[in-house]
Ligand binder design. Structure first.
Ligand code: ADP
Ligand code: MG
Length: 683
């Protein structure tokens, strides 16, 4: 049998089971043996029958005293068998599994793992897994794997299937990893790793196995990303940038760039000069001046006769960007246009025309920018403002609207460099690691709901000084009507009863775009004192006069989101405050609040966030078009990741296409993963 045979060749897998497994993306024998456990249960130590304990999951070993008994109780069949060893006896019962009766032979010894319960003053073991003793046990008397299973399949069945699949390729499972790498990194061989990840012989065998498989998975990913990057970065650019004069726009911006900004600008200009397509990520904390740099880059490209486009994740943010670009660009005679899905047809057609004729030089918008209907005249630069919201594919779709335009990606969630290499492995990375001068730290406090009266007094005080405030209410489901209603009710309550002398309004995700826009404008003009909002304002909003942010149920937000939200205040010359309101008592929740109160450094915060949440939901790897990790954990396995990155770069530099004999099996493996699997995920 071969690893790429269909799973139906495996013993005990018929059509029905094969169909169930296919739902998990398991089609071949190799897929099945690479379907790793999500957890393990230690069933390795036996408890004497007489010492079984109610409420615990125990593993026992004993003889079946007499032929099992099967009874019908109302609608249920109950099979029961007495199990005995020297220390005592216990009754095992199975519900609606009549076949058990015929599988247990009186007098034979079996091991059983199951939950012990007390019934009518006696101990029983309920629906235990069982196996004859002295056979290769899979379900009892060992460390037992737990899989994510389809509804109709039991753990026992999938364990059996995986064991059979492993047996079927025993001795034929290829070692694709070049021997040199296996030796250098002290990896165990592949067959050992696969066997021990499913059915570990010992703790140490398990750790060796896991390390090997994590190494492999991260290496495949890193090599794939290097290849993507190589393909993109090597690409010759047809955008000819000859003029680099940015004096006018600097004057227009009206401030000196920070040293960090200057450094990143140099990197951008150097990219333009190489004659290859730029693919650069700018990482920098909220307010570090990424947008200002994007403006300069766009200005340069536009002065060379091309169009530039900026895509933002939300309408509100696109509008905001549009305003800041107009302020800087229109005095320089550069025509800006805004394209969002909220535009009326007539206006939209006008914008389409202006983009197509090249009359519009700077185009700003949302996903509407990548729709089929949009045709650019001569796109030279694509900028995306991401905050983890676009995937590789959306970026690509925008790029494909031009003839290999340069690409600049901005993100305000600083992440450790090693991780950035994975998540943005296809981009070169620039970091802005300083804030413009004169920024004041936002004082942050964490309180519970008993502080309400004082909070309201605080709002009144800030407003009386001419400032404005945000109140953020989390909505977990944007479609949850009850949550929305409670936000609306709360706003009304504030407006009518609690803060009657203040002007209170609300903005939320269910509003029409132009409604949202009107409220945002009123807030910017200072015609609203207190803006109650769901997270629509999370990204990018810039109202310098707002000096107070109150975040309700703050425990519901991730740290990075809290940091983003807090970044909405402290943008003007006034002292600003952020109050996190939370009644959550858990240790993690408290720790998160305390981190927020202690630091304003986005880098530190994102690192802590990773530690507390794990990278899974943090990055949304799916959104990045990366395959889901089967076993590696990007945060916990950071040490292995570092080893892998060295190896990957080394391999890439010496044998970029992996064409040498030594690397050929590795190449085939990677090809197999990324051509068959990743396509499914991306498309
Ligand atoms: P980001 O996009 O990183 O959040 P922005 O580019 O929007 O940051 O900058 C935030 C604010 O700081 C804007 O009002 C911008 O005009 C201002 N700003 C940017 N760079 C500087 C600088 N070097 N000196 C002073 N102010 C700056
Ligand atoms: Mg910004």
């Amino acid at each position: 049998m071969k690893p790429n045979d269909s799973i139906e060749v495996v013993k005990n897998i018929g059509r029905t089971r094969a169909d169930e497994l296919k739902k998990l993306g398991i089609e071949t024998v190799e897929d099945l043996i690479e379907y790793y456990p999500r957890d393990y249960e230690d069933r390795s130590s036996y408890v004497p029958v007489g010492e079984a304990e109610a409420g615990k999951i125990n593993t026992i070993r004993g003889r079946v005293a007499a032929s099992p008994d099967a009874r019908r109780m109302r609608t249920m069949t109950v099979v029961s068998a007495g199990i005995a060893d020297k220390s005592g006896t216990i009754e095992c019962v199975w519900f609606n599994q009549p076949y058990v009766k015929n599988q247990l032979t009186a007098g034979r010894e079996y091991s059983f793992t199951g939950k012990v319960v007390e019934k009518y003053g006696r101990l029983q073991m309920e629906s235990p897994d069982y196996e004859p003793v002295n056979e290769n046990s899979l379900n009892t008397g060992r460390i037992v794997p737990i899989y994510t299973v389809p509804k109709k399949m039991s753990q026992k069945v999938i364990r059996g299937c995986i064991k059979n699949a492993m047996d079927s390729v025993e001795g034929t499972l290829e070692e694709y990893m070049p021997n040199r790498i296996v030796k250098k990194h002290n990896l165990c061989d592949r067959a050992f790793a696969v066997r021990n990840i499913h059915f570990p012989e010992s703790d140490s065998a398990f750790f060796k196995a896991r390390r090997r498989l994590v190494f492999d998975e991260l290496l495949f990913l890193q090599l794939h990303l290097l290849e993507l990057k190589g393909n993109i970065c090597g690409k010759k650019s047809n955008i000819a940038i000859n003029k680099y004069n940015d004096k006018e726009i600097r004057k227009q911006l009206g401030f000196e760039l920070t040293r960090s900004q200057e450094k990143v600008l140099c990197e951008i200009k150097a990219d333009f000069k190489t004659g290859s397509v730029m693919n650069r990520l700018i990482q920098g904390d909220v307010g570090s001046g990424k947008t200002a740099l994007a403006m300069i880059a766009a200005y340069i490209v536009i002065s060379n006769g091309y169009q530039a486009v900026l895509m933002a994740p939300t309408d509100v943010l696109a509008n905001q960007h549009f305003k800041s670009f107009i302020e800087v660009f229109e005095p320089l005679g550069i025509k800006c246009e805004l394209l969002t899905s909220g535009l009326r047809k007539k206006e939209r057609d006008r914008v389409y025309d202006n983009i197509a004729t090249g009359c519009a030089k700077m185009i700003i918008g949302t996903h509407a920018l990548i729709q089929d209907r949009v045709e650019y005249n001569n796109l030279g630069l694509v900028i995306t403002d991401e905050q983890h919201r676009f995937g590789v594919r959306q970026r690509e779709m925008l790029s494909n609207k031009g003839d290999e335009p340069h690409v600049l990606v901005m993100t305000a969630t600083p992440i450790p460099r090693t991780l950035a290499l994975i998540l943005y492995g296809d981009l070169d990375i620039s970091i802005i690691d300083e804030l413009p001068p004169g920024r004041k730290k936002v004082d942050t406090f964490s309180v519970d709901h008993s502080y309400y009266q004082r909070l309201y007094a605080f709002i009144k005080k800030e407003v009386s000084k001419g400032r404005q405030a945000y109140i953020i209410c989390p909505m977990i489901e944007e479609n949850d009507k009850t949550e929305l209603r409670s936000v609306l009710n709360y706003t009304e309550e504030l407006d009518r009863n609690i803060l009657p002398e203040l002007r209170v309004s609300c903005v939320h995700g269910k509003m029409k775009n132009d409604e949202k826009q009107i409220i945002m404008e009123e807030f910017e003009k200072g015609n609203i004192d207190v803006l109650v909002s769901t997270t629509v304002i999370e990204v990018g909003i810039n109202v310098p006069n707002a000096s107070l942010m109150i975040i309700e149920n703050a425990e519901r937000f991730g740290l990075s989101t809290l940091h983003q939200l807090r970044g909405r205040v402290g943008r003007g010359s006034e002292k600003s405050y952020c109050v996190l309101v939370s009644d959550a008592k858990s240790k993690v929740a408290k720790e998160r609040m305390s981190i927020m109160c202690k630091t304003n450094d986005g880098f530190v915060i994102s690192e802590k966030d990773l530690k507390l949440r794990g990278p899974g939901d943090f990055f949304g790897t799916r959104q990045h078009g990366l395959p889901e990790m089967k076993i590696a954990n990007l945060y916990k396995d950071i040490e292995i990741l570092k080893e892998v990155q060295g190896t990957a770069i080394d391999l890439y530099n010496h044998d970029r296409e992996l064409n040498s004999v030594e690397n050929s099996l590795l190449k085939a493996k990677i090809f197999n993963i990324f051509t068959t699997k990743i396509k499914k995920i991306c498309l």
